[in-house]
Write a protein that binds this ligand. Structure first.
Ligand code: MG
Length: 452
């Protein structure tokens, strides 16, 4: 059967794969799966958001669901609303997260506010592909109403879960760049409310993304890095398009590599209380080192934030996340949350009483080398099997792809979930060793491609 949901919802170029017909069908299928009841609906500021959201709402109502329209809000804000409502069946969020301007997407959220489990997505796909939609009778068609309380509830919850007094006392200067995405309606206000001096960039929601592309990577954050250093700010914060991710710029205007920000947040989470931290096999050992040194335990999973969130839910973890800025605080909710991550970084700086650049410099140093190799999708399984064969006799972690563990480093080779490539990720204490390990990983893929 054809798969509809990718690793993070359904994505496509608007007017092509992503269109009104698909949104109606997905709304009908999710409504049928929920068997009626109230369902949340939210969107990011993409230009096609109102069009797709109304189509999805129509599909939901046709299957007998009542739509609670939360409007344009960050994805984690909608997830928090669902989790705390206690009676919503789930939600549909219309977002393409960090994808370029022409994309949009549909994300299915369960009653816990979490990304739906793969089994449930499969049930929804089956309803859609087998045309088993429930069509409510005239008297059972769903209703629609607007609820504009999601943002204040979400902001209050975050403020209650950080040491706002410590942040206020430090009175940091922060530059925030929500990238014209959904974070515009929350983060600048949250930071001001937490006692920060706030400067904002690209802080009006605009689906044309006039300021920068939605992915908060160093090559898109030149303006933020410049402004932070010009105004001598303590911190720079950037979100992706739906603000479930936050990346950081230090007080010197330098981009903080995701693994290092993750390590600092993980250490703060386990400090003084221990507990389990969950992160995928692709994350740097710097996270493992600081968690262990602070008395915590680390669980490694396959790559993907819904997988990390599920593992945290099941293991009772105190913290988890990925190196792309997607961080999960379970005392708040079991999903990535950009505004919560920003607030926690400010709390950490206030408690440590040091600059972010100093904290980053004091972390264990690793050298990382990444590479991609094109592999046609139809050869993915055969190539992976050949690599497993090549790695025989070595110390291997096969959680996701093949990770070879050496005494002085590691190399992970895994197929991408979204592109026709294999990713190679090497890490070592010296740049030369990291390069050598990455080269070995690339050579395996090439050998595997040669062996038909
Ligand atoms: Mg996102």
């Amino acid at each position: 059967m054809t798969r509809l949901f990718g690793t993070n919802g359904i994505r496509g170029v608007v007017g092509e794969a992503m269109n009104a017909d698909l949104a109606v069908k997905v709304g009908r299928a999710i409504g049928t799966f929920f068997e009626g009841g109230p369902v949340g609906l939210a969107r990011d500021p993409r230009l096609s958001g109102p069009m797709l959201a109304r189509a999805a709402a129509s599909g939901l109502m046709s299957a007998g669901c009542d739509v609670i329209d939360l409007g344009m809000v960050p994805t984690p804000c909608a997830q928090y609303f669902v989790a705390k409502s206690g009676h919503l069946k789930g939600a549909i969020v219309v977002t393409a997260s960090h994808n370029p301007r022409e994309f949009n997407g549909l994300k299915a959220i369960d009653a816990h506010g979490m990304e739906m489990r793969r089994e449930d997505e499969e049930s929804i796909e089956a309803i859609l592909f087998e045309d088993r939609f429930h069509a409510a009778a005239w008297s059972d068609v769903g209703s629609s109403r607007v609820d504009d309380t999601a943002i204040p509830r979400y902001m209050e919850a975050i403020e209650a879960k950080v040491d706002a007094e410590a942040i206020r006392k430090r009175n940091p200067m922060v530059v925030v760049d929500p990238g014209n995405g959904a974070g515009c309606v929350v983060t600048p206000y949250l930071l001001r409310s937490l006692g920060c001096r706030v400067l904002s960039l690209n802080a009006q929601p605009d689906g044309a993304f006039p300021g920068r592309l939605p992915e908060p990577t160093p090559d898109h954050l030149g303006d933020l890095m410049r402004v932070v250093s010009e105004v001598h700010a303590d911190l720079g914060i950037a979100h992706d398009g739906d603000a479930d991710r936050a990346t950081f710029v230090d007080d010197k205007g330098a981009f903080v590599v995701g693994d290092k920000a993750l390590a600092l947040l993980a250490r703060a989470a386990v400090k003084g209380r221990g507990g389990t931290v969950v992160t995928p096999v692709s994350t740097s050992s710097v996270v493992e080192d600081v968690v262990r040194a602070s008395g915590g335990k680390l669980i490694r999973t396959r790559v993907g934030s819904p997988i990390v969130a599920r593992a945290m839910f099941e293991s009772g973890a105190v913290f988890g996340g990925e190196e792309n800025g997607g961080v999960i605080f379970p005392e708040h909710q079991f999903c990535r949350d950009g505004a919560m991550s920003a607030a926690k970084m400010l709390e950490l700086l206030a408690h440590e009483g040091k600059s972010l650049s100093a904290l980053v410099a004091a972390l264990p140093q690793y050298h990382i080398k990444k590479a991609n190799v094109d592999v046609p999708v139809e050869r993915r399984e055969a190539v992976l099997a050949a690599i497993v064969e090549l790695a025989k006799g070595r110390k291997v972690d096969s959680t996701d792809g093949v990770k070879i563990l050496e005494s002085d480093g590691a190399v992970l080779v895994r197929p991408s979930g979204t592109e026709p490539i294999f990713r190679v990720y090497a890490e070592a204490k010296t740049p030369a060793r990291a390069d050598a390990l990455a080269e070995e990983g690339v050579s395996w893929i090439k050998k595997a491609l040669g062996h038909r």
